[in-house]
Design a protein. Structure first.
Lengths: 118, 115
């Protein structure tokens, strides 16, 4: 079964509102989680690294004030898209890895969240 | 910086034909991992294989096979006797051990298998 749960699987919101996406590791603790974004017919691009108990690390070009990441526990990271606009419509997907050994740990992906901003 | 190139945007085949997806990567790191994922229309990423940079052994899993050649920085994927259910986007990805978890994905190749 799934080891990383992402919720919701899809969401439609109005322009200007905020949307929260959750990523949970179900049977392991993840000190680090990763958020990716995928525009239609494009590849997945890493947005940020979510670090439990500390600030997220954002990739170049990603607005940290727009994409708020909170990793308050070892099993949950949330991505909040603030003041969403139609151009934020995308597929967001998270991944997590057990901390043991770090390198060579399996990388588990959630099933993704399809966000549509109207 | 790492880079993964999947030059084939879309490949269309008739069922039972073989299809090979190319993946060429660039990295200055000597220790890295390569992945292949399948993304069906529903969107989830389905893990297919992981290979580390020290293991150039080719691998076969059912109808899937992979050819890893460090000399040409390639990690190609072949689907033998394709089926309609193989229709999906396939991504090749790379991660270096110093940045474990931060996958660099290729652009993806859309495979369309028609009956």
């Amino acid at each position: 079964g799934a080891v990383v749960s992402q919720h919701p699987s899809w969401v439609i919101c109005k322009s200007g509102t905020s949307v929260k996406i959750e990523c949970r590791s179900l049977d392991f603790q993840a000190t680090t989680m990763f958020w990716y974004r995928q525009f239609p017919k494009q590849s997945l691009m890493l947005m940020a690294t979510s670090n439990e108990g500390s600030k997220a690390t954002y990739e170049q070009g990603v607005e940290k004030d727009k994409f708020l990441i909170n990793h308050a526990s070892l099993t949950l990271s949330t991505l909040t898209v603030t003041s969403a606009h139609p151009e934020d419509s995308s597929f967001y997907i998270c991944s997590a890895s057990p901390p043991w050994g770090q390198v060579n740990s399996p990388l588990h992906f959630g099933n993704g969240t399809r966000l549509t901003v109207t | 910086a790492q880079k993964v190139t999947q030059a084939q945007t879309e490949i269309s085949v008739v069922e039972k034909e073989d299809v090979t997806l190319d993946c060429v990567y660039e990295t200055r790191d000597t220790t890295y991992y390569l992945f292949w994922y399948k993304q069906p229309p529903s969107g989830e990423l389905v893990f297919l294989i992981r290979r580390n940079s020290f293991d150039e052994q080719n691998e076969i899993s059912g109808r899937y096979s992979w050819n890893f050649q460090k000399s040409t920085s390639s990690f190609n994927f072949t689907i033998t006797a394709s089926q309609v259910v193989d229709s999906a986007v396939y991504f090749c990805a790379l991660v270096i051990t110093d940045s474990w978890g931060k996958l660099q994905f290729g652009a993806g190749t859309q495979v369309v298998v028609t009956p």
